[in-house]
Ligand binder design. Structure first.
Ligand code: DAH
Length: 347
């Protein structure tokens, strides 16, 4: 008898619906009072439950619980219906301010790296990436470093494996290793730009860090000359630091280029007059470059009698320092929001 009653109520509840009308909230409340209120159906049935014979208590008790759950679920369903239709019918005030949500922005190093990539991609360079853990061949030997070169020394290089008779493995100390990987796997013409992280065993200070970023560029084809390098450098300097930027090349030495040079740009802070950033010289050193050494081409199975090339490498932190007058390298890695927020909105 009681079971039948309970089942009927459950069916009623399941069939109940709420029409679109002004007082839907009040209707839901009525529904709640009818079933779940103090003097409601369910409490009444629980009252009657007390006199159910013991052998039926389990079955009736379970049915009562089903009824209670059904009533609660229906109320939740009604509330959901109202909420959804309010959103659709525009009863919400769309002019209300939304919750504040913080939008991230790019790190200044990414901004500068992207800018360098963009400048070179406009003249046909494509991005090449490679491993950060590198072997001795790609890092040093193929790049014409003599066996006793100090760059291989423990002071500069973080070695991962250094065992007698085995090829040494290290965190890459420069992105020039990507040159070798690209030349080994591609035939000229090659025109790539390789951005990435590099690692050196240096004490951290305002002017040095053990992790930093470089961008390497490499162009190999028939008849590539120093004039091509110089023109590319001038184009890059003007795009990066402004139309009035001048460049000058000073002879230098790198094992993997011959001849080698270092490029300075006219100081973009004092306009060449001399200031404390350019130490009174009017010039800022910004990158290393040169013609790819024939030994490097040979090591990568490219015939130096047929092909020539130029390469250049620059530090991204330094570019960003010069462009935004950042005085301390450590700022890049400390995640201080007061520093990072100054570059909000740059892409
Ligand atoms: N690999 C050099 C460094 O880490 C930078 C460099 C200099 C790269 C001259 C080049 C280059 O490609 O031609 O200091």
């Amino acid at each position: 008898m009681l079971l039948k009653q309970i089942d009927d109520f459950i069916r009623d509840i399941q069939l109940a619906s709420i029409e679109k009308s002004e007082d839907r909230a009040a209707r839901i409340e009525q529904f709640r009072i009818k079933y779940l209120g103090k003097k409601g159906v369910i409490n009444d049935l629980f009252e009657q439950f007390k006199s159910v014979p013991n052998d039926q208590k389990k079955e009736v008790g379970q049915a009562l619980n089903r009824l209670k759950n059904a009533a609660q679920a229906k109320i939740e369903e009604f509330r959901q219906t109202i909420e959804n239709s309010e959103q659709q019918s525009g009863t919400m005030d769309l002019t209300m301010p939304t919750d504040y949500s913080a939008v991230g922005s790019r790190h200044v190093l990414s901004v500068v790296m992207n800018e360098i990539i963009d400048i070179f991609s406009r003249i046909g360079f494509t991005v090449a990436e490679s491993v950060e853990i590198e072997d001795d061949w790609h890092l040093f030997s193929a790049l014409n470093f003599p066996h006793d070169h100090p760059a291989r020394d423990m002071q500069d290089t973080f070695f991962v494996e250094k065992e007698e008779g085995r090829q040494e493995v290290a965190l890459r100390t420069h992105t020039s290793s990507v040159q070798v990987r690209v030349m080994e796997n591609n035939k000229p013409p090659i025109r790539i730009i390789a951005p990435g992280r590099v690692f050196r065993n240096e004490a951290i200070s305002a002017r040095a860090h053990c992790i930093f970023h470089q961008v390497e560029a490499l162009y190999v084809d028939k008849k590539v000359s120093f004039a091509d390098l110089k023109q590319t450098l001038l184009y890059f300097a003007k795009e990066m630091f402004g139309e009035n930027t001048q460049i000058r090349l000073r002879p230098s030495y790198f094992p993997f280029t011959e001849p080698s040079a270092e490029m300075d740009i006219s100081c973009n802070i004092c306009g060449g007059k001399g200031c404390n950033i350019c130490k009174g010289t009017g010039w800022l050193e910004i990158l290393g470059c040169g013609m790819v050494d024939p030994n490097v081409l040979k090591a990568c199975n490219i015939d130096p009698n047929e092909y020539s090339g130029f390469a250049l490498g620059m530090g991204v932190e330094r570019m960003a320092m010069l462009k935004y007058q950042i005085r301390d390298l450590r700022l890049y890695f400390e995640n201080d929001l007061r520093f990072l927020r100054q570059f909000d909105g740059l892409v």
